[in-house]
Design a protein around this ligand. Structure first.
Ligand code: SF4
Length: 220
């Protein structure tokens, strides 16, 4: 008997390294800024179940790359599946391993495709704000004005896609969010509980690992 659960857990196990203030990641900026702030100030190890979900997401990304690379899909050509990303500002940088984005060519135009896995496609009514912010940032850095968020349902491989156009106003707001995050981290000033105060973000509190700290901070 081989204990595969244990093998998978140990394979996915990562060395725990707190994040550095001044180095930020595209995937975090659409989240509640108070939660992101906590993730720098009171870092916690990512739990095993979340690591497994990330891994399934990576596997789906590889599968979609394989589909696009195939000779059976002549209308769309995969140009790049590992996309380097870095934006430098005087006081901080935004960078990271971009492992959920593909660059493809369709009708002689480049298109950025962000692949996201989902448990239930019927729950996806519109692209989530963190995903939209992430792809806008990539479009900005890579100078590709056309994008798409592709949701793939895990058990069935059914998909739904949303075309996204580059939106300079939204990118301006995203960059301001990074500036606000950086100044609140430097000044030790905790941001407002954004998700609790914003209707479209309320759902984030259900998945937040800082509910307790957030509640206490509010009553300080
Ligand atoms: S509990 Fe909600 S408001 Fe508080 S940090 Fe988490 S996501 Fe933000």
């Amino acid at each position: 008997m081989i204990d595969f659960e244990k093998l998978i857990d140990s394979h996915l196990n990562r060395e725990f390294r707190p994040k550095d203030i001044g180095r930020y990641y595209p995937s975090e900026i659409g989240n509640c800024l108070r939660k992101v702030w906590f993730s720098y100030k009171k870092p916690k190890e990512v739990d095993k179940e979340k690591l497994k979900i990330f891994q399934v997401g990576l596997m789906l990304h590889d599968f979609i790359s394989e589909v696009l690379r195939s000779e059976k899909t002549p209308d769309v050509r995969l140009i790049q599946s590992e996309v380097p990303f870095r934006l430098n500002f005087p006081e901080f940088s935004v960078s990271g391993r971009v492992d959920d984005v593909l660059i493809v060519e369709r009708d002689n135009r480049k298109l950025l495709v962000e692949v996201k896995s989902t448990k239930l496609l019927s729950m996806v009514r519109e692209p989530s704000l963190p995903h939209v912010m992430q792809i806008q940032l990539y479009m900005h850095a890579l100078k590709i004005p056309d994008g798409m968020i592709l949701y793939v349902e895990k058990p069935s491989l059914k998909t739904i896609q949303y075309e996204i156009k580059y939106d300079p106003e939204l990118v301006k707001r995203i960059l301001e969010r990074f500036h606000n995050l950086h100044s609140s981290l430097k000044s030790e000033k905790i941001p407002d509980p954004e998700a609790k105060l914003t209707k479209e973000m309320e759902w984030m509190c259900r998945y937040c690992e800082y509910v307790e700290e957030c509640g206490k901070a509010k009553t300080d």
